[in-house]
Design a protein around this ligand. Structure first.
Ligand SMILES: O=C(O)C(=O)C[C@@H](O)[C@H](O)[C@H](O)COP(=O)(O)O
Length: 369
């Protein structure tokens, strides 16, 4: 199968996303070209490493490897410190290359290490989950979590190359695949009703990893992400649309506890449904569209509210308080991505916290205050 390349056009920081089955071995020369004479190191999810190390080592040869446990708890200060000390011990300089091999957690952590190692070394993303392949490996948002909230310590730092080998998805557990599908769906909801319509019929093929359907889903997602990132690298305007569902979703994840029982994509799925319900409550989005979003999430076996997820919990006050920590907020004003309909979203800071609190109190599955 031929590979597809999507370019993220950022002037001197531009890079390619190479997508397809066998992409890892097909890009071997490009990867070794980036590594050059510098010292490389791999930061890998320990489960992914156990399953796929041969595929990566066949390309890089024998290089230092630092593994981290799967799960959001690896985006902690303690984990960052351990990985940084290991990279320094491996003698990586500014000409060194960190290769992130895993899902969003590894990509975000490795990217933040690359941004801060000697004030910046080279960085290549080899995402191994659907979520990371369609979203977090692209665009240069790198971060770790703090007790105050998700992704609050980080940097915008672009990779040199993103290698999306769809063969790596074959070992991904179904729950992780569905969590990644939430981010695919996001692109339809935020600006592409035709793509959403296709997903309503194609989701089964994607979740069964039909190569054509998966590649189309990843390519469409990456093209839209690359477009928004190129237009607004540091989220001063339109890039914030990519945060659809995340203000609610991050609050749900934080309340469950990092490393708790809510995967990022599950929080985003619930968060997107909440953003649509809130838009309808404000009279800005037809209830029919919100119903269609909820129905699709349910058909794909994903949660559409806290009530649908055994690990999701929290009072309205607790969720609102987490939302108050969101990085998009300016001047203490909450910022949300809301919808006028499927494929038509907008960014607003015209949010009345009292009204939002009343909305949250009526959400299915919310705990009483
Ligand atoms: O790339 C972006 O911009 C996004 O908002 C994509 C999100 O899906 C992604 O989860 C991102 O890491 C969240 O960033 P944050 O700024 O809300 O922490």
């Amino acid at each position: 199968m031929t590979l597809t390349t999507v370019n993220v056009a950022l002037g001197p920081r531009s890079y390619d996303i190479v997508i397809g089955t066998g992409a890892l071995s097909a890009t071997a020369e490009r990867l070794t070209g980036i590594i050059g004479k510098g010292q490389p190191a791999i930061i890998a999810d320990e489960k992914v490493w156990g399953l796929h190390k041969d595929a990566l080592l066949a390309v890089t040869g024998d290089v230092p490897v630092i593994t981290v446990p799967s799960g959001e708890a690896s985006k902690s200060f303690a984990s960052y410190e351990r990985v940084m000390e290991a990279l320094l011990a491996a003698d990586l300089g500014r000409d060194g290359t960190i290769i992130a091999f895993g899902g969003g957690v590894v990509g975000d952590l490795a990217g933040f290490c690359a941004a801060t190692l000697k004030r910046g070394c080279q960085f290549v993303q080899v995402p191994t989950t659907l979520l990371a392949q369609v979203d977090s490996s692209v665009g240069g948002k790198t971060a770790i979590n703090s007790a105050a909230g998700k992704n609050l310590v980080g940097a915008f730092y672009q990779p040199k190359l993103v290698i999306i080998d769809t063969d790596l998805l074959k070992t991904l557990p179904e729950r992780e695949l569905k969590a990644g599908y939430a981010e695919v769906l996001k692109y339809g909801l935020l600006g592409d009703e035709v793509f959403f319509g296709w997903l309503e019929t194609a989701y089964k093929d994607i979740l069964e990893l039909d190569p054509l359907a998966v590649t189309r889903a990843i390519e469409t997602s990456c093209r839209e992400k690359a477009r928004l990132v190129a237009a607004d690298e540091q989220e001063a305007s339109v890039r914030a649309l990519l945060n659809l569902g995340h203000t609610f979703g991050h609050a749900i994840e934080a309340e469950a506890g990092y490393g708790g029982d809510v995967l990022h994509g599950e929080g985003v799925a619930i968060g997107m449904a909440m953003a649509f319900r809130y838009s309808t409550a404000l009279g800005r989005c037809p209830g029919q569209d919100t119903g269609r979003v909820e129905a699709h999430l349910k058909s794909a076996g994903m949660p559409a509210s806290l009530a649908d997820h055994p690990g999701a919990k929290g009072t309205a006050e607790a969720l609102l308080s987490w939302m108050g920590q969101d990085k998009k907020n300016v001047g203490g004003r909450l910022k949300l991505i809301l919808a006028r309909g499927i494929g038509d979203t907008y960014i607003t800071d015209d949010v009345d916290p009292d009204h939002l609190l009343s909305f949250l109190k009526q959400e299915p599955g919310i705990q009483p205050s």
